[in-house]
Design a protein around this ligand. Structure first.
Ligand code: ATR
Length: 473
């Protein structure tokens, strides 16, 4: 009998190849398959020495190479290609077998696929994988959804190839059906917000404090030794320190200022709107990318007047830098608080029972937002009573208390000087909205009752009320 593989990977573009190599490097026998067989042959030729690969030319051969119950990982283009490949393999599999989709699927697609395959006795595991190509090869953060039974079979393999932090794998069963892809989506939304906040910090340090990119790189390197220690701060310093080979100038100055997106940030905001969760920090980050791409709009508005810019004293620049660090940290707490609120609400809405401490734990390594900060979030949700919001966790609450004056100052300066800081501003507005005793939402209710008889509730007694407003409406 031919060699049996513990796991199979179909779809051998870079992510799929790297994941297959990662399994092989960890001692698993891996069946590999690709629609175009040349890629399968190329993988085994180039990397066959790294471990035990079983190349399969056809889908049937691929399925036959897997030990039972079969564990089959799909790494093809998200969308129609994923459905086509699932349909093809579902025909060849038997009850109890597992199909894992490691692509960036929308969690609603994952829910649909899981339900359809369950009817055929197959386990479908929508699995978020973060860390890009490098992570897939050397240890990603892995967020599998699907049944607990499928995790018992797949979990040990996934844990073996995931990133490790303090000896713990950055992989945990998130919850049933689409929970894994949902959490991966929120990860990406938070990533958008984090990147935007860091970009705003850079912009303020440059335009308000007057530092050059190389100096800002040094500031970020210093920040990276403190509470902002994270992969994103680290790579930002590298990008800012980089000199363009053609011009000899800062690299950041020759890059077109149009940020692109593949859509997971947008999905996060769309989902948050559907679930009624205010994720304003993430939304501003998505909109900031969007507005950056509107060349015509920006050109048309380029001559609109801005404020006069008073020169800053160099001493102010150093102090301002400290304030920006505070503002960045505080805004980051808000963005993550909003992300965790969305995870909580999604978990409740879809009955996933997501362990929010565990999400923080598996994002400490392998993924783009990996950071020391996530240890604190894990601690906030571990044991005892979970905070209603991260903002009121004792550790984060204290950080916000200490940062708030500096945070206000930075947002005020940005506003005065006409430097856009939508992420910092939205985060501060969220903070102030939550802490405000009363909101003008009362007036909005009054307006709604006036024009639409939508009724309102009172602060002093129960029930719904409508006022007979004057005029013939
Ligand atoms: P890339 O990542 O290189 O841009 P892609 O078009 O996104 O490529 O496809 C990624 C993987 O999905 C490839 O393994 C591709 O198979 P081929 O090498 O044969 O192109 C696979 N893929 C895309 N559409 C597919 C489909 N309908 N059926 C099977 N595999 C498909």
């Amino acid at each position: 009998m031919a060699r049996q593989a513990q796991i199979g990977v179909t779809g051998l573009a870079v992510m799929g190849s790297n994941l297959a190599r990662n399994f092989a490097r960890h001692g698993h026998t891996v069946a590999v398959h690709n629609r175009t067989a040349a890629k399968t042959r190329a993988l085994v030729e180039e990397f066959g020495h790294e471990g035990d690969f079983v190349p399969a030319e056809s889908a049937r051969e691929f399925v036959a190479a897997l030990e039972r119950p079969r564990r089959l990982v799909i790494m093809v283009k998200a969308g129609a290609a994923t459905d086509a490949v699932i349909d093809e393999f579902a025909e060849l599999l038997e009850p109890g077998d597992m199909i894992m989709d490691g692509g960036n699927a929308h969690f609603e697609d994952t829910r649909r696929r899981e339900a359809a395959l369950k009817e055929r006795g197959l386990h479908f595991v929508g699995c978020g994988i973060s860390g890009g190509e490098e992570g897939a090869l050397n240890g990603p953060s892995i967020m599998p959804g699907g049944s607990a039974e499928s995790y018992r079979a797949l979990g040990p393999l996934l844990e073996s190839i995931s990133a490790k932090v303090d000896g713990e794998p950055c992989c945990a069963h998130i919850g049933p059906d689409g929970a894994g892809h949902f959490v991966k989506m929120v990860h990406n939304g938070i990533e958008y917000a984090d990147m935007q906040l860091i970009a705003e910090a850079y912009d303020l340090l440059r335009k308000v404090a007057g530092y050059e990119p190389a100096q800002i790189a040094d500031i970020f390197r210093k920040w990276n030794t403190g509470r902002l220690d994270s992969y994103l701060i680290e790579i930002t310093a590298e990008v800012l320190a980089h000199t363009d080979a053609d011009t000899g100038g800062p690299f950041v100055d020759i890059v077109a200022d149009r940020a692109e997106q593949k859509g997971t940030g947008r999905w996060t905001v769309q989902t948050a709107l559907d679930l009624g969760v205010p994720v304003s920090g993430i939304a501003e980050a998505v909109f900031a990318r969007s507005v950056s791409g509107h060349a015509e709009l920006r050109a048309a508005a380029a001559d609109l007047p801005g404020p006069e810019r008073p020169e800053l004293h160099p001493d102010d620049a150093a102090r301002f830098t400290e304030h920006v660090e505070q503002a960045l940290y505080a805004s980051k707490i808000v963005a993550y608080a909003q992300g965790w609120h969305l995870i909580q609400t999604g978990g409740e809405q879809y009955g996933w029972d997501i362990d929010r401490a565990s999400v923080a734990a598996i994002w400490r390594g392998g993924c783009i937002i990996r950071a020391r900060f996530l240890d604190e979030i894990r601690a906030a949700y571990r044991g005892g009573q979970a905070p209603v919001t991260l903002l009121t966790d004792p550790t984060f609450g204290e950080a916000l208390r200490a940062a708030q004056n500096a945070w206000r100052h930075v947002v005020a300066r940005a506003t005065e000087l006409g430097v856009p800081a939508p992420g910092f501003s939205a985060a501060l507005a969220y903070y102030d909205t939550l802490r405000a005793g009363r909101l003008p939402a009362a007036l909005v209710q009054g307006q709604r009752d006036y024009f639409g008889a939508h009724t309102y509730q009172r602060t002093d007694k129960d029930g719904s009320y409508h006022t007979l407003w004057g005029g013939d409406r």
